[in-house]
Design a binder for this molecule. Structure first.
Ligand SMILES: Cc1cc2nc3c(=O)[nH]c(=O)nc-3n(C[C@H](O)[C@H](O)[C@H](O)COP(=O)(O)O)c2cc1C
Length: 168
């Protein structure tokens, strides 16, 4: 088992005084953009935030993102639903893959993250549209809190044989 996959946990307490650098943010953003997407449509954009007041505002508007109060950065993934010749409807999967790549790259940088869902909750989509001026057809998909972990939760995922059907 890949150690990064095994050790990744949602982190909800961060060391508030340790900054996340631009170089680290770019590493995570590059990892996001390496994700697979339907027909290689890459239906995403990113908002990278390190401004304290804005991180605090995210903690206020999102009912389950209070950890942004101690996070040093956040990345918002903005989905761009597929149009034209691209097959419609795959953007949540594509943006989910990009999100997971950010979480895993963060572990390799010694950082912790928490994936906080926005899509498909109408109220949260509306709040993030307003806060970051995200207009239709773009959709705020999720916000990832990022920082240096101030907690060390043990690995949580596990293998469940009952959830697998082998066809041999
Ligand atoms: C789509 C999605 C939305 C989530 N939204 C939140 C959230 O709003 N706030 C939060 O604290 N955690 C959120 N999480 C984190 C989950 O609670 C967490 O991944 C799960 O409990 C498993 O724990 P682990 O990430 O530590 O393995 C979300 C995770 C996913 C995949």
């Amino acid at each position: 088992m890949n150690e990064i996959i095994k050790n990744r946990r949602s982190i909800r307490k961060f060391k508030p005084d340790v900054p996340v650098t631009k170089e680290q943010l770019n590493r995570m953003l590059e990892a996001a953009m390496m994700a697979p997407s339907a027909c290689n449509s890459r239906p995403w954009e990113f908002i990278a935030i390190t401004k304290r007041e804005v991180l605090d505002e995210i903690a206020k508007v999102h009912p389950h993102a209070k950890m942004c109060e101690t996070a040093s950065a956040a990345i918002i993934i903005v989905a761009i639903p597929q149009t034209d010749a691209k097959p419609a409807g795959y953007y949540p999967q594509d943006c989910g893959a990009a999100t997971q790549n950010i979480l895993l790259e963060a572990v390799s940088l010694g950082l912790g993250t928490c994936w906080c869902g926005i899509y498909p909750r109408d109220e949260q989509i509306a709040d993030f549209r307003k806060l970051f001026n995200i207009n239709e057809p773009k959709i705020p998909f999720c916000v990832i809190a990022i920082g240096t972990p101030a907690e060390e939760p043990a690995p949580r995922g596990f293998f469940e044989e009952a959830k697998v059907r082998f066809v041999e």
